[in-house]
Ligand binder design. Structure first.
Ligand SMILES: [Zn+2]
Length: 195
């Protein structure tokens, strides 16, 4: 009986703590976003040759050869449209515009990925200093680096190459006959009719 009471107390405390954590972070991802990302975490593995065929030379250099675009040269460093930034190589959702912030670095910067599992982090000492490389968790495409000088609530700055991203903007008004507006990655795939 006594152990039962202790157990329920622990459960109650756990619930209370998790709820208070939720309260602290105002920009939590919606359940549907989390589900959509979890569906797309299956690995996409392709050879270098296959990636070369699918990507532009610039994208290939950055995503597959860990290149870096020049600051202020990419298409998204100053992008203000709302939507979801997908991986330019495999299409996995990576970042959301609500988490984008003005970093002044000349690269699109986010304080968190769309989902903790969307982006993988790997130690990188290629420039003689230790940095944390960020990769698309689905296809291992190089995105950029993450630094610990970002804004609250995470204090992180995900510094990403525009070439690694593809922004899918959300329509502000849903077409009247198309039902409720969906986020781009929630669309069900429509099979093409056979010819
Ligand atoms: Zn990818």
């Amino acid at each position: 009986m006594f152990t039962k009471k202790i157990l329920s107390l622990i459960l109650f405390l756990g619930l209370f703590l998790s709820l208070s954590c939720v309260k602290r972070d105002p920009v939590l991802q919606s359940k549907s976003t989390m589900k959509a990302v979890e569906k797309t975490t299956r690995k996409v593995l392709r050879t270098s040759q296959e990636w070369r065929k699918r990507l532009t030379p610039k994208q290939f250099h950055i995503l597959r050869e860990k290149g870096t675009e020049r600051a202020f040269s990419g298409k998204y460093w100053n992008e203000k449209k709302s939507g979801v930034y997908h991986c330019a190589a495999c299409g996995a959702p990576l970042f959301e515009s609500v988490h984008k912030f003005k970093s002044g670095t000349g690269w699109p910067s986010f304080y968190r990925p769309v989902h903790p599992k969307a982006v993988a982090v790997k130690g990188d000492t290629s420039l003689g200093v230790r940095r944390e490389e960020i990769l698309c968790a689905r296809c291992d495409g190089h995105l950029g680096h993450v630094f610990d000088d970002g804004p609250e609530p995470t204090g992180l700055r995900y510094c990403v190459n525009s070439e690694s991203l593809s922004l899918q903007t959300q329509p502000l008004i849903a077409p009247s006959d198309a039902g409720p507006a969906r986020r781009p990655y929630e669309k069900k795939s429509i099979k093409k009719p056979r010819r």
